[in-house]
Design a protein around this ligand. Structure first.
Ligand code: F0G
Length: 469
């Protein structure tokens, strides 16, 4: 008999109490936080779907490995364990540990970047783009046009557009392309997977033009699951074999271990070139730490080494992707406009469709984020004009392409009943949609405003006033 309930493939040994709050309490908390959930106290949150980064629950094996962490400054046993694990997974002979993903990015793109250099990617994640642009280099995202259609089903919606890639190389000149970066899964494009076929073709193009190929693989295990399910010829291979095959197509691997290494902190940089490793190691020692610990403690390295094995466990990965899909499918059934198909680590919702009466410059995504917190104590993040909006020379706001909200699912943290609760909160969201109004920005910093901006509710205009607004 095919069973419907997907049970969590773990028993719970340690629990962290959730502080249950009322709607009145949350309304006040939201006001104090300037209607920006980043400024809430985490104790005031019931279900935290802000990010899947660094929020995993570690296993008993990871915790016990931490007890044997070797905290020696140089040549630590824990480093050797981590090195062996990463080198075996990637097939790369050089590995540098960093305190998180963006530190690996800063080192790598600090070496490869600079004025006049160009980076091409399926989609650069924010910190990737920021680290590249900080060096004076340029970063271009090259997704196929159809991948931007939120409702269209494509099995590998995270792929790079090969024609756009060839055209970009011709336009900028191969000698100016510092690297092609494949983000796997493609976080900023909804956690959508990249196919092995796409990666293979990118490798061929890079070989032809002697261009370096970087794989940002912080969710490579989740990507391997999708390849196993959706790509011809991969259903007999296990997830780790699929990841190893993909990694062998890359020259460099960057990873935020806070995702698929199932830990709360850590990053990795693995390379094939000894010359490039030497330059990176110099920067690592200046800014992170000695080459055998980077920004990590011995016990962190132990936990990463174990996590990198556990993440490929068949029951774990099936449960992981199924539970994200479960949330997405149930929301879709209710009529919530979700980005389709559901990605690996998060469900993305089109807030503009829920609130068609809120104009983009009054942030429908922020309105949904605030409603989810107020009605259900659920915290998540706006990915729309708060995050990506800019101003033109006259100070007019240029809004984002989409007004999305991301519900990111921490690994091994919430059970099916937590997720069912999230689904139920959406009943309230949908039935009250027409009464919700937008926001105005009260304070914003010059960069990355979504983290610290403060908002106030936009005045609700009656119809006669709208023409003059
Ligand atoms: N690359 C990708 C694809 C990421 O998703 C992230 C982080 C990073 C690099 C940077 O890693 O945070 O360890 O420095 N993504 C988090 C998120 C923050 O919420 O999606 P980091």
């Amino acid at each position: 008999m095919k069973r419907k309930t997907l049970i969590e493939p773990f028993r719970i040994k340690v629990v962290e109490p959730i502080h249950m709050t009322t709607e009145v309490y949350r309304e006040e908390a939201l006001q104090r936080a300037g209607y920006n959930p980043f400024l809430l106290h985490s104790d005031d949150v019931i279900i935290d779907l802000l990010t899947d980064s660094g929020t995993s629950a570690m296993s008993d094996r990871q915790w016990s490995a931490m007890m044997v962490g070797d905290e020696s400054y140089a040549g630590a046993r824990s480093w050797e364990k981590l090195f062996a694990e990463v080198s075996d997974l990637t097939g790369m002979p050089y590995v540098l540990p960093t305190h998180q993903g963006r530190a690996a990015e800063r080192i790598l793109y600090g070496i490869l970047g600079g004025k006049g250099k160009v980076f091409l990617s399926n989609t650069h994640f924010d910190t990737t783009r920021a680290n590249i642009e900080f060096t004076g280099a340029e970063a271009y995202d090259l997704m196929p046009d159809e991948s931007y259609d939120a409702a269209l089903y494509l099995p590998f919606k995270g792929n790079i557009d090969l024609e756009k890639l060839r055209a970009s190389i011709a336009m900028h000149g191969a000698e100016n392309i510092a690297a092609v970066i494949m983000t796997v899964t493609n976080n900023s494009a909804g956690g959508q997977p990249v196919s092995m076929q796409n990666m293979r073709e990118v490798r061929e193009i890079c070989d032809k033009h002697h261009i370096l190929l970087v794989l940002d693989g912080c969710r490579i295990a989740e990507n391997s699951f999708f390849i196993h399910e959706r790509e011809a010829g991969y259903d007999k291979k296990n997830y780790r074999e699929i990841a190893r095959e993909m990694l062998r197509l890359a020259d460099v691997f960057v990873m935020s271990a806070k995702k698929d290494a199932l830990v709360n902190m850590g990053g990795l940089l693995a390379l094939r070139s000894s010359a490039m490793t030497e330059k990176c190691t110099n920067l690592l020692i200046i800014s992170e730490g000695f080459a055998t610990y980077g920004g990590l403690t011995g016990r962190d390295m132990e936990a990463i080494a174990v996590g990198l094995r556990e993440v490929f466990d068949e029951s774990y990965l099936r449960y992981r992707i199924r539970s994200t899909t479960y949330l997405g499918e149930h929301l879709k059934e209710k009529g919530v406009p979700v980005v389709w198909p559901i990605g690996g680590h998060a469900v993305y919702i089109d807030a503009q469709k829920i609130y068609p009466h809120i104009p983009a410059h009054e942030f429908p995504g922020q309105a949904l984020v605030c409603e989810l917190y107020k009605r259900g104590g659920i915290r998540c993040v706006e990915i729309g004009s708060v995050m990506f909006g800019k101003y033109d020379d006259q100070g007019n706001m240029l809004t984002a392409r989409n007004e999305l909200v991301r519900l990111a699912i921490p690994r091994r943290v919430y059970t099916q009943s937590h997720i069912d609760y999230v689904v139920e909160v959406f009943d309230d969201i949908l039935s009250n949609a027409s009464t919700v109004s937008g926001f105005k920005i009260e304070y914003e910093p010059p960069f990355l405003r979504h983290f610290t901006a403060r908002f106030k509710p936009a005045p609700v205009l009656v119809d006669s006033e709208k023409q003059h607004a």
